[in-house]
Design a protein around this ligand. Structure first.
Ligand SMILES: Nc1ncnc2c1ncn2[C@@H]1O[C@H](COP(=O)(O)OP(=O)(O)OP(=O)(O)O)[C@@H](O)[C@H]1O
Length: 363
């Protein structure tokens, strides 16, 4: 949405290669995580490298109203003069320097008056205090990546650019690093642009998303909106899902059942480990796990039944229909058969009941 107020990051970039052209116009927020998302080869890395000045795209880039590049005015800041931190897929630490000295190296680049994140803070946030004397070759992949993030943070960047920082890690190491990324995001006011092709990662980390395809922006906006927009490929097919931001209201220890509240109602979820009342909880609800009925089902084993309004519906492959739904400000998707959509005579604006058969806890 163009409000006339400049976004924190504005980038108009064109890059032409033999078999590929990047042509994007980005307006990105100054807080939270923005995911650059799309299929392999769509230009995510090229876009990130162009923002950093590691790739010589044509156009204009401003960050917090500082011009990083403006070809019309022949302005170009080289990468080392852009206030950014860059984290690559494979941690690129200096092998001959200890963890401490790797971090010092990042810090030296930052003039004292621009230092907002102390070295101690960066070390604490990434939980690497016990690793400072170690050499990079002795670290696990996950630890190396945490050090790389701390080094990037210690430069007090205006923006952190991360190119699939978890891609080289196995599932267990990923699970180890993800909480640090979340922590970093919650505790600091530094916006992160995060390249990923994993929807799980995006759903868990990002609030904002740029959807790329063949070098072009298909859509950009809040993740929850893009996920449930029936015009976009994310809300199509068997893997479509929506997100619910909730918080814990109470926990029944006997049944391990937590009651969660969100803008749109209440949900109940079995949680092995109780969380304190008020704790935030992020849920992913798959469209195929949501069914619809015209009246509130009685005597069902399904715990979560919500009154919702039908926003829109589309055919979604042979015999299937995708229905977008709203309750409060929360959007849900239901993937049902076209037969059922016809029998229920579903139309935009109708009030129905959504039964949620399952949901995944994302954090
Ligand atoms: N240095 C290069 N020289 C020539 N072509 C390149 C170069 N780097 C990338 N490309 C091409 O540019 C296109 C975009 O690549 P890019 O790496 O930006 O995509 P991506 O979305 O990040 O992909 P992936 O998810 O696989 O990492 C691809 O067609 C790729 O083959």
């Amino acid at each position: 949405m163009n409000t006339g107020i400049p976004s924190f990051i504005e980038a108009r970039l064109k890059l032409v290669r033999a078999d590929f052209a990047l042509d994007v116009d980005l307006q990105l927020p100054g807080q939270g995580v923005t995911a650059l998302f799309g299929p392999s080869g769509c230009g995510k890395t090229s876009c990130l490298r162009s923002l950093a000045g590691l790739e010589r795209a044509q156009g204009r880039v401003t960050v917090n109203q500082t011009v990083w590049q403006d070809d019309a005015r022949k302005q170009w800041l080289p990468t080392h003069r852009r206030a950014l931190g860059y984290v690559f897929q494979e941690a690129s630490l200096f092998p001959h320097l200890s963890v401490q000295r790797n971090i010092d190296y990042g810090l030296r680049r930052t003039p004292v008056e621009r230092r907002k994140v102390s070295q101690q803070r960066a070390v604490d946030l990434l939980g690497i205090g016990h690793l400072l004397d170690r050499m990079p070759a002795t670290l696990s992949g996950g630890e190396r990546q945490r050090v790389a993030m701390a080094r990037a943070l210690a430069t007090s960047p205006e923006v952190l650019l991360m190119d699939e920082p978890l891609a080289a890690l196995d599932a267990q190491r990923k699970a180890e690093v993800l909480p640090y990324l979340e922590q970093l995001q919650r505790q600091l006011q530094i916006p992160v642009i995060y390249v990923s092709h994993s929807m799980d990662e995006v759903a868990r980390l990002a609030q904002h998303m740029v959807l790329l395809r063949a070098g072009q922006v298909v859509a950009q906006g809040p993740v929850t909106e893009l996920l449930s927009s029936l015009d976009l490929p994310l809300a199509q097919g068997d893997l479509a899902s929506s997100m619910v931001q909730a918080s814990v209201q109470s926990h029944d220890a006997a049944d391990h059942l937590s009651t969660l509240v969100f803008d749109g109602g209440r949900l109940q979820l079995v949680m092995a480990h109780a969380r304190a009342a008020g704790s935030p909880v992020q849920l992913r609800v798959q469209a195929r796990d949501v069914s619809l009925s015209l009246t509130r089902p009685e005597g069902s084993s399904i715990l979560n039944i919500l009154p919702v309004q039908v926003l829109d519906l589309r055919e979604d492959g042979p015999g299937q229909a995708m229905v977008s739904l709203q309750t409060g400000s929360t959007r849900l998707l239901a993937r049902i058969t076209q037969h059922s959509a016809r029998v229920l005579q579903l139309r935009p604006g109708m009030q129905v009941f959504a039964q949620i058969k399952g949901m995944a806890l994302l954090d």
